[in-house]
Write a protein that binds this ligand. Sequence first.
Ligand SMILES: Cc1cc2nc3c(=O)[nH]c(=O)nc-3n(C[C@H](O)[C@H](O)[C@H](O)COP(=O)(O)OP(=O)(O)OC[C@H]3O[C@@H](n4cnc5c(N)ncnc54)[C@H](O)[C@@H]3O)c2cc1C
Length: 255
Amino acid sequence: MMAQFQTYSARLLRSVPLSEFTKHIEFEVQGVPRFGFVAGQWLSVKAMTPEGEEITRAYSIASAPSEHARFAFCLNRVQDGYMSNYLCDLGEGAEISFQGPFGDFVLRPPLRDTLMIATGTGIAPFRSMLHGLSESGHEGEGTAGRAGAPVAPLQQAQFWLLFGSRHEQDICYREEFERLAAEHSNFHFMPTLSRGGPEWQGLRGYVQEHVKEVVVDRRDMQAYICGLDKMVSANRELLKSLGWDRKSIRYEKYD
Ligand SMILES: Cc1cc2nc3c(=O)[nH]c(=O)nc-3n(C[C@H](O)[C@H](O)[C@H](O)COP(=O)(O)OP(=O)(O)OC[C@H]3O[C@@H](n4cnc5c(N)ncnc54)[C@H](O)[C@@H]3O)c2cc1C
């Protein structure tokens, strides 16, 4: 028998452009005081096309779990796609319906040194995870520090975020990740551009061209990869060719 999932309604609170084709959109779930999920999970959004066809599409939650009923998406307009443009065009106060949360692309304890690899809106689950990890004592995973203060999970291992974009202006949430890196010496933000202009001082090329710089000859780390199939496959193959156990490579494909 098919499991029945609850359908929720959520109201759009804020829609902010991140780049020419990408938006950060915040919603509030209606009728509940708190909406629980684990960082890395996704929601299944339903909509009716003008032709009267009901469609559903998956979107990763881009915000950290919290004590309230809010969540955010990081959305890319897909040419000729219905749902992505419908969501990007929604105005404040508009309502959507969705089911979830779903998915097991979540951080597995105990935390190990971790390489996160994303392109485009594949950054969404990592933003959720990293904000969740950086919040002091989050989900009770923090341990007491020397002065008795809770140690945020982000301080318990090294984290690298290898984030591929085309152009400099496409690096979503750049300031947030740069701030996180400035505040946490064990978080390393590595944006790389496939079409960076001459003024770009940072990494160039595809994400998979920089994986070895992080892992060197280590096989005791954990990798999480999120984005389009081609990128995910290229990075999985690379890590496997470096002798990594497939259990140490977790991934979410968007297409
Ligand atoms: C688990 C999961 C999580 C996801 N999370 C996000 C997210 O956080 N943000 C986000 O923007 N998208 C995310 N996606 C992709 C999303 O579900 C849709 O596929 C996407 O928004 C396109 O839907 P559409 O109805 O606009 O286009 P469709 O009508 O489904 O597709 C139109 C055309 O574009 C192609 N296409 C589909 N998706 C993409 C894509 N992502 N890039 C390029 N071409 C594509 C299709 O092959 C098709 O030819 C996720 C997908 C999965 C499976």
